[in-house]
Design a protein. Sequence first.
Length: 104
Amino acid sequence: MHGRDVDRGSAVVDTITAAGGKPRFVAADLTDPAQLAQLVDQAGAVDVLVNDAGFSWFGPTADLDVATFDRLFAANVRAAYFLVAALAPKMAARAMAASSASAA
């Protein structure tokens, strides 16, 4: 699992571990392309990817400034796009290899 806050991530890892799971936490700010690349490198083999993070802005459209819009787009669209682009081909290749192995 991933997040920006190491303390919160550690608490979630502890909860999942106590329930019998085997989680691992990798901290990264996915709006930073270098940290996204480091996350992909540290994650290793990924079987399931859930893009469920992001943030919102509430108010009149005319009041949304360019800097906030850029942060929203970077966090909610660009990060998810490039994370999928980095992980999905490897996930598909593993799935094809597993499918071929089970058919043999």
